[in-house]
Design a protein around this ligand. Structure first.
Ligand SMILES: [Fe+2]
Length: 186
């Protein structure tokens, strides 16, 4: 039995936990937004949750390169209920912070994957870092304009989780997939 620990393996576990927590947090934020009648923000949170799901799924695929048992991951995907704030505006700010933290975490992981030679993990980290910044920008649009009432459709790229607030007109700006890769978020 080997005791050697690959840093990227540890990073994948941390990233999976972060993405899972973000997914459930965004779903809870969406519920709160719906209760307030803020359907536009609810849709955005559902899109971000969907994207987190895609990242977590990719990370599990990247983990196939290791022999580590993954059962513990399934037990650790819950969010802290205290993170749900009193209003949609506060949740939007929390979501921006969440996106910023994830994106920062990934820059370190990209370097680890590079030096460990894990190319698919590096791709996952790179896409996720980029998309977390995209999310922060989308959340910010509602902070900057709280009365925004455009009826936006959100599309998520199934390859990288990129999230857009309009119909896809060309290839994905994050991963280069064709526009067919975008799925409308219900
Ligand atoms: Fe993409």
């Amino acid at each position: 039995m080997t005791t050697h620990t690959v840093k990227t393996e540890e990073d994948i576990l941390r990233a999976f936990q972060g993405e899972s927590r973000a997914k459930w947090t965004y779903r809870a934020f969406a519920e709160m937004a719906e209760k307030e009648g803020n359907h536009e923000v609810a849709r955005l949170f559902r899109a971000a949750a969907e994207s987190g799901d895609i990242h977590a799924h990719s990370l599990l695929r990247a983990l196939h390169e290791t022999s580590r048992a993954t059962n513990d991951l399934w037990m650790s995907g819950m969010y802290d209920p205290k993170i749900i704030r009193e209003s949609c505006a506060e949740n939007l700010r929390e979501a921006i912070e969440e996106s910023r933290e994830l994106s920062e975490m990934y820059s370190e992981m990209i370097r680890d994957a590079e030096s460990d030679g894990w190319s698919f993990a590096k791709e996952c980290f790179t896409y996720s870092a980029a998309v977390d910044q995209v999310h922060a920008g989308l959340f910010r649009k509602f902070i900057d304009n709280p009365d925004r009432k455009e009826n936006l459709d959100y599309y998520v790229c199934e390859a990288c989780g990129n999230t857009i607030d309009h119909e896809p007109s060309g290839s994905c700006e994050v991963c280069g997939s064709s526009k067919e890769a975008f799925k409308l978020v219900p």
